[in-house]
Design a protein around this ligand. Structure first.
Ligand code: COA
Length: 260
């Protein structure tokens, strides 16, 4: 896999996708969005990959937003298209992927960058990270799901304040808000995130996919999360991993999951 603006490594069932546009603070131009979308589709189908980590190159930025230079002259229709295509091809795709996707937020996560982190299943930040949705300072609103996912994660009042002030919060504030799960030093960020990924990998992949689906159903229009949970719970009983997990427990040994 070769992508202009991404570096990808796969080791011990963990794929690390690093956004690599350092001179533009990893801003998401069209090409990077398209590369990310293609790469995640490939990694999603790769059975050797059990967890995906998304991070940014360097020590300054995770992603400093959508690339402002690309949409500065857009019309109403082009603006709506940009948001619709991005949401469908990348942001919603990540949220609904059956494989866990963790954002390792290594610096500025602004606008589309924070929206990318919020589309991931959860977030871990370095202590220098700063997060915000500054779109109203550009005369815009968040367009990659930020108005929906930020209130889900931090509550309506905090989301209103963050979006209306266009301000940034620190990693420490983000942890208090529940926007990130852990804050560690920049040097520890990737190794700490991999340690969490390794804990996930010990568990049954099919069941993890179903858990993601059931949790997401709570936040999706027209879906009943409890119904999704019941159906997903039932489907787990048809897997070899369920037999293996329960048998291993009863035999007092470690389960060996195959994803079947
Ligand atoms: N889109 C396009 N280019 C961006 C960008 C973005 N969202 N964010 C940063 N860049 C570019 C800058 O234009 C600059 O490029 P140049 O060297 O060719 O002029 C380069 O990245 C470095 O950024 P710079 O602003 O010089 O760094 P800084 O340390 O002074 O400030 C930020 C860092 C993150 C505070 C500042 O870059 C910023 O506010 N970025 C935009 C954030 C934003 O509004 N995002 C939401 C977009 S919807």
């Amino acid at each position: 896999m070769n992508y202009e603006n991404l570096l990808i490594s796969i080791e011990e069932n963990i794929a690390v996708v690093t956004i690599n546009r350092p001179t533009k603070l990893n801003a998401l131009n069209k090409e990077t969005i398209s590369d990310l979308s293609k790469a995640l589709k490939v990694l999603g189908k790769n059975n050797d990959v059990r967890v995906i980590i998304i991070t940014g190159i360097g020590e300054k930025a995770f992603v400093a937003g959508a690339d402002i230079s690309e949409f500065a002259n857009y019309t109403i229709i082009e603006g709506a298209q940009l948001a619709a295509e991005g949401q469908e091809s990348l942001f919603d795709y990540i949220e609904n992927l059956k494989k866990p996707v963790i954002a390792a937020v290594n610096g500025f996560a602004l606008g589309g960058g924070l929206e990318l982190a919020m589309a991931c299943h959860f977030r871990i930040a370095s202590d220098n990270a700063k997060m915000g949705l500054p779109e109203v300072s550009l005369g815009l609103i968040p367009g990659y799901g930020g108005t929906q996912r930020l209130p889900q994660l931090v509550g309506k009042g905090r989301a209103m304040e963050m979006i209306m002030t266009a301000g940034m919060i620190t990693a420490e504030e983000a942890i208090q808000y529940g926007l990130v799960n852990h804050v560690v030093s920049q040097t520890e960020l990737l190794s700490f995130t991999k340690t969490i990924a390794q804990k996930i990998i010990k568990n049954a992949p099919f069941a993890i996919g179903k858990a993601i689906k059931a949790i997401n159903a709570n936040f999706a229009d027209g879906k009943n999360g409890f119904d999704t949970e019941i159906k997903s719970f039932g489907k787990c009983f048809g897997t070899q991993d369920f037999k293996e997990g329960t048998t291993a427990f009863l035999e007092k040994r470690k389960a060996e999951f195959t994803g079947k």
